[in-house]
Design a protein around this ligand. Structure first.
Ligand SMILES: [Zn+2]
Length: 234
């Protein structure tokens, strides 16, 4: 009898001890991966960053199309497709807004704050794909141009892969090579995490502008970028 009692006591004791061990382990892991600032897990999020927003429109076309809007309408299906593929995608913005702190009056102050806040998001993410549009004084130039971050070697690989899928699926005539970001591209030259900018096309080229404004082409771009991510990080 005595033996049985001690045995029946030991098993629940071991179960409780096991549960405590598992709970402590999970707690330690969560502490490691959750940022104190935002509550967003560090290093797991695939960030989609539609460039500009709010008072910062970016570049614009002669028909009045504004870069910030096109960036958003390409980023939204990209976000959806990546989520469907099982990635933990997040967006830096999903509406027409800046990411600046409140209470700042001048556009310059707001832009600086916006950039600093975006940089924090980039640094906390597994990787960042920022969506932008190009513009040039001469209208013949066209095609997606990809820039990559300078502080993390993975940025170049990500840019190479996405260039291949975008050009391969959509732009066989585009001969543009990927470019290393210069210092004036603040986010790419400062983030420590892998990051690229996809300048989807030129708003100064009327044929490309018409494509960029069509929902069909926006989805094709999102699809081609998603294929690049799948190849880079399956
Ligand atoms: Zn831009």
């Amino acid at each position: 009898m005595r033996k049985r009692r001690s045995k029946s006591f030991i098993i629940p004791f071991l179960i409780v001890l096991g549960c405590i061990f598992v709970a402590v382990y999970i707690g330690v892991q969560l502490k490691k991966t959750i940022s104190a600032d935002t509550g967003v897990p560090v290093g797991t999020v695939l960030l989609i960053d539609p460039g500009h927003g709010g008072r910062d429109g970016g570049t614009s076309a002669s028909d009045g199309s504004v870069e910030k809007d096109l960036n958003l309408v390409i980023s939204l299906p990209l976000y959806d497709m990546l989520r469907v593929m099982g990635y933990r995608a997040e967006m830096s913005r999903d509406s027409d807004c800046m990411l600046c702190d409140s209470g700042l009056k001048t556009l310059r102050e707001q832009k600086i704050s916006d950039m600093k806040n975006r940089l924090k998001l980039y640094d906390q993410s597994r990787l960042t794909i920022s969506i932008h549009q190009n513009h040039f004084s001469q209208s013949q130039y066209f095609g997606t141009q990809i820039f990559y971050g300078t502080k993390n070697a993975e940025s170049k690989q990500l840019a190479t892969t996405i260039r291949q899928t975008v050009l391969g699926l959509l732009q066989p005539d585009n001969k543009r090579e990927i470019k290393k970001a210069t210092k004036d591209i603040y986010l790419l030259s400062n983030t420590k995490a892998p990051a690229i900018i996809v300048e989807c096309g030129f708003l100064s080229n009327s044929d490309e502008l018409a494509k960029l404004k069509s929902v069909e082409y926006q989805r094709k771009l999102a699809y081609a970028i998603t294929c690049g991510v799948l190849e880079y990080d399956p």
